[in-house]
Design a protein around this ligand. Structure first.
Ligand SMILES: Nc1ncnc2c1ncn2[C@@H]1O[C@H](COP(=O)(O)OP(=O)(O)OP(=O)(O)O)[C@@H](O)[C@H]1O
Ligand SMILES: [Mg+2]
Length: 360
């Protein structure tokens, strides 16, 4: 299995650049997840790697070989799409073996490849069925089987689970993770699903408007987002943001006064933001409510309570803006209730107001 190097790759459609000098080095066997808002260029990047889109500038190197001008089939990659159109008149085994038959593999080789993939994917007993006799998840597994039998250099996945219902998605997500653990194949996976990104990725690549905003482990992006965009994009419910003014509090400490009321004192800011504007970020699960808020809590009002089963998302406001807290367990608060809220200073993310970069 191969490493993939994307070097200063650009893509334009009719003079409009949609990918701007993208650099990404993918290690052998690594599972990379691309995330970003609709239209940011995820599919375009994947399609260029697959050879389905021409590269406007830069190089794509797979396994040490420059592939810019190679046709898709010469790249030996397997791509699994959102719509996985199986051939309805062919059996499961027929669908899975189609590409090998096209390439005139020997019959025993084909049978062995199909049996191997069917075993891995739990399709052994379904090999003679037609697609219409399968559930959505089983069909999705056949599409994966079709990719596996080719023993590709790498797998490219473009939102493969987005057509499935929540339970099937959860099952298939685990299947894909197991498959990766078994085959160790280099994989690039595009998804809109936060949980898929967090659970599958060795590294997540967060993209916005054709540029990479951050590359790192799921924990890196979650715990130390590099800028406001990543902070707001990764995590659900999303991070809360509050505008604040900085003032010096002495001995390397900075006093932050949020427009919305709360005050904080923190140490160790890079640069000197004193006198400046910052944006404070705090994740909903780090907001402390009610008795848990303890000393130094502020008064707030409950706007809305959304029970999730495992807990509740509690919407509250200090003054104007509504923020969210994730409360684990039952929440007995009602809209209009007064509530104590504390945003622990050691859980704050700080971003420069002018360009959104992280400063703590
Ligand atoms: N064939 C094309 N011709 C012109 N513009 C295109 C073409 N394909 C994609 N684009 C544009 O390139 C940009 C990136 O599209 P792309 O499909 O890569 O986005 P994406 O990140 O995959 O979005 P989504 O999450 O909605 O699938 C978009 O602005 C899109 O409109
Ligand atoms: Mg897409």
């Amino acid at each position: 299995m191969s490493a993939i190097d994307i070097r200063q790759v650009r893509k334009s459609f009719h003079n409009l650049e949609v990918l701007h000098s993208v650099d990404l080095s993918i290690g052998k066997g690594e599972f990379i997840v691309l995330v970003g808002p609709s239209g940011c260029g995820k599919s375009t990047l994947l399609r260029m790697i697959a050879g389905l889109e021409e590269v406007t500038g830069g190089d794509i190197v797979i396994g040490g070989r420059l592939v810019n001008d190679l046709a898709p089939r010469e790249r030996n990659l397997a791509m699994v799409f959102q719509s996985y159109a199986l051939y309805p008149h062919m059996t499961v085994a027929g669908n899975m073996s189609y590409s090998l038959r096209l390439r005139k593999f020997a019959k025993d080789k084909i049978e062995a490849a199909v049996a191997g993939a069917a075993g891995i994917l739990g399709l052994t007993d379904l090999r003679e069925r037609r697609p219409r006799q399968l559930s959505g998840g089983q069909r999705q597994r056949v599409a994966m089987g079709r990719a596996i039998v080719r023993e590709p250099q790498a797998f490219l996945w473009d939102e493969p689970l987005s057509n499935l219902d929540a339970r099937l998605r959860e099952q298939m997500r685990a299947e894909i993770k197991k498959l990766h653990q078994r085959l160790g194949a280099t994989s690039i996976y595009v998804t809109h699903d936060q949980i898929e990104a967090m659970t599958l990725a060795d590294r997540i690549v967060a993209m916005e408007s054709g540029t990479i905003q951050q590359i790192g482990s799921p924990a890196d992006l979650y715990d130390r987002p590099a800028n406001l965009f990543v902070a707001g994009f990764i995590g659900s419910p999303a991070m809360n943001f509050l505008g604040a003014d900085c003032a010096v509090a002495g001995e390397g400490r900075t006093c932050l006064v949020a427009d919305d009321g709360p005050r904080f004192e923190i140490a160790g800011l890079t640069g000197d933001p004193s006198g400046g504007r910052v944006t404070l970020g705090i994740r909903p699960e780090h907001v402390l409510l009610g008795d848990a808020a303890g000393e130094g809590a502020s008064d707030a009002e409950v706007d809305l309570v959304e029970p999730t089963g495992m807990g509740a998302i509690v919407h509250f406001r200090f003054r104007e803006t509504s923020h969210k807290a994730y409360h684990l367990g039952r929440a007995e608060w009602r809209p209009g209730d007064r509530i104590k809220v504390r945003l622990p200073a050691d859980r704050l993310h700080l971003f420069a107001a002018e360009d959104g970069r992280r400063i703590n």
